[in-house]
Design a protein around this ligand. Structure first.
Ligand code: HEC
Ligand code: HEC
Ligand code: HEC
Ligand code: HEC
Ligand code: HEC
Length: 439
């Protein structure tokens, strides 16, 4: 009798414990840990306020601006900002995140572009936001992503970098256009409670602040992402010094090539059969004003060495990765971050024991940039309807070195010694456009 009661008490205790644990886990995920992978900051927690059409214009659409600012419009149209909403990678990830509203505050930032209005965010919990239908929502305008008006229009006035424009619409000079202020709101995402990031996702800004390029060179985001150009700003207007509206970044292999300098060395110019040889690939962040890779935590570089014989059969290979490693569950913890700060370099070593009886061997050194991993890409395709065939891996550097007596020549004929580039860079031989910074 006593024994049976004891067993029942034990069972009840166990049940109680299970209930308590599941309650705590549930409480943690619904009340403490945010459902999105970043925290809210007061600026991007809200959409940019509703904008009316400035006097003299027919609409806020980019195409309307393009009537007079033709070249700027054509550039913007090809840019990632114009595709911040239609971007298939965004659409797939957004679907995974149950199309939560907060993403739109940067990807389609104007209230005019958003289907709902946020009336309040209890306890800063994104999923608890009180939403109502936005009667002034313009679905076509939403497709424009980060549109002209998101950066330029406030309170019926068009803000810009000049103080002497004569335009058919109201204009106002805003010195912020020649600073990083314009980029800060969206390119600096903070972490939330129980999110132990070094720097929030897509947080290029804090990786840049105070670093070499800004301190010593006075470079701002625009110096590298909006190259200078001399041209009429509007059709028929005076010729001015302005900037291209292209914002090349991680989707543009030429831009990534600009960020890195790569050089390969070997411990001996004459490989000996039966002996090991060690190759060293030096990777320098020679041209980005922030860490590489930056921003989206999926981005990473891989550095590979591949030994092949005459038939192309792979005899040996080595792969190393540069990026940030984040544990997403049960809490977000950045395990490590081995990205390169501006002007920092890293050596990647590979040792290979050359076989006695093989001829015609080559070592390929390869550096690639990945928008996301193959695994994530497959996951987005299978589960979240990732569409299109947008490339997500780019070859940044690839070169073959023969494992024979001609190795020394091959090593000496590399296009450019990055150290030379770096020192000349330090001495200030920067291309006046501020764009082609290296090489
Ligand atoms: C009917 C022609 C026309 C249209 C449409 C038009 N603009 Fe302009 N805009 C001009 C002219 C002309 C100037 C002055 C050019 C100059 O002084 O070099 C100008 C100047 C500007 C400037 C510089 C302001 C400054 O003082 O720094 C910006 C920014 C600008 N426009 C943005 C826009 C945007 C955004 C739109 C669409 C919402 C737009 N414009 C639509 C003709 C137009
Ligand atoms: C209103 C928000 C917003 C502002 C302001 C903004 N950006 Fe962006 N930017 C974005 C978003 C969102 C993306 C990502 C779009 C995508 O890939 O779907 C992006 C992408 C980029 C990229 C390309 C990344 C890639 O993967 O190719 C660069 C470079 C960039 N922005 C630079 C700038 C600079 C420089 C400024 C300031 C002049 C700026 N941005 C201002 C929201 C913004
Ligand atoms: C992500 C923010 C952003 C977006 C989107 C954007 N611009 Fe700009 N725009 C800027 C910045 C920054 C400058 C200042 C460049 C400089 O220093 O001259 C600028 C400058 C201008 C100028 C003055 C001329 C010049 O080159 O400096 C005009 C005109 C202009 N933009 C029109 C447009 C139009 C039209 C669109 C859409 C097709 C657009 N902008 C989209 C950030 C933006
Ligand atoms: C000295 C030049 C330089 C400066 C200054 C600079 N960048 Fe970059 N940025 C680059 C280069 C080169 C790349 C390409 C390498 C890469 O993607 O990692 C890049 C890449 C990027 C990307 C794309 C990341 C990706 O793959 O999605 C973003 C976003 C970006 N920069 C934003 C900014 C912002 C915001 C600022 C200002 C706070 C800034 N950059 C300042 C040179 C610069
Ligand atoms: C505070 C502004 C901000 C918010 C909020 C935001 N993003 Fe972004 N997002 C950016 C910027 C800036 C970039 C470009 C950074 C880069 O390319 O490194 C970006 C890039 C991306 C990319 C990479 C796109 C590509 O072409 O590879 C995806 C995917 C993305 N965001 C999804 C989301 C989702 C989903 C949410 C909501 C859960 C969200 N973003 C919320 C600013 C934001």
């Amino acid at each position: 009798m006593v024994r049976r009661r004891r067993r029942r008490t034990k069972l009840l205790l166990l049940l109680g414990l299970v209930l308590l644990v599941s309650f705590l886990v549930n409480y943690f995920y619904t009340e403490i840990r945010p459902t999105v992978i970043f925290g809210l900051r007061s600026d991007y927690a809200k959409a940019l306020p509703f904008q009316k059409v400035p006097v003299g214009l027919e609409s806020l659409r980019a195409e309307e601006c393009g009537r007079c600012h033709r070249e700027i419009y054509e550039e913007w149209k090809t840019s990632i900002h114009a595709h911040a909403y239609t971007d298939p990678f965004f659409q797939a990830y957004w679907k995974r995140d149950n199309q939560v509203w907060v993403c739109l505050n940067c990807h389609t930032p104007l209230e005019n572009q958003q289907p709902t209005l946020i009336q309040g965010i209890p306890q800063d919990r994104v999923e608890k936001a009180i939403q109502i239908r936005n009667p002034r929502y313009d679905a076509d305008f939403q497709q424009e992503g980060v549109t002209c008006a998101a950066c330029h229009v406030r309170d019926g006035v068009i803000y810009g970098p000049f103080d002497d424009s004569v335009a058919p619409h109201p204009t106002e000079f805003d010195p912020g256009f020649r600073t990083t202020k314009v980029c800060y709101r969206c390119h600096n995402v903070v972490s939330g409670p129980f999110q132990f990031y070094n720097v929030g996702p897509c947080g290029t800004y804090p990786e840049y602040e105070g670093e070499y390029f800004m301190k010593e060179k006075g470079f701002i985001c625009q110096s590298c992402h909006m190259s200078e150009v001399t041209r009429p700003v509007a059709e028929g207007g005076p010729i001015r010094q302005g900037r291209r509206h292209l914002w090349p970044g991680g989707h543009d292999p030429d831009m990534i090539k600009r960020a890195v300098a790569i050089h390969v060395q070997a411990d001996s110019p004459v490989p000996q059969a039966g002996h090991p040889i060690t190759f060293t690939l030096t990777l320098i962040n020679a041209g980005a004003g922030h860490k590489i890779p930056t921003g989206d935590p999926d981005r990473h570089f891989t550095v590979e060495f591949i030994v092949r014989d005459q038939e192309g059969t792979v005899l040996d290979q080595q792969l190393e990765t540069m990026g940030r490693w984040i544990l997403w569950q049960p809490v977000i913890v950045e395990v490590y971050d081995n990205r390169l700060l501006p002007l920092a370099s890293r050596d990647y070593e590979f040792t290979y024991e050359i076989p006695k009886d093989r001829k015609g061997l080559v070592v390929e050194a390869r550096v690639r940039y990945h928008i996301l991993t193959d695994g994530q890409h497959a996951m987005l395709r299978e589960k979240y309807g990732l569409k299109g065939n947008d490339p997500y891996v780019f070859n940044i550097y690839s070169r073959e070195f023969p494992l024979d007596s001609t190795l020394g020549v091959a090593l000496n004929t590399q296009p450019l010694d990055p150290r030379v580039g770096c020192s000349s860079f330090r001495e200030g031989t920067v291309n006046p456009t501020g764009h082609q910074i290296f090489g």
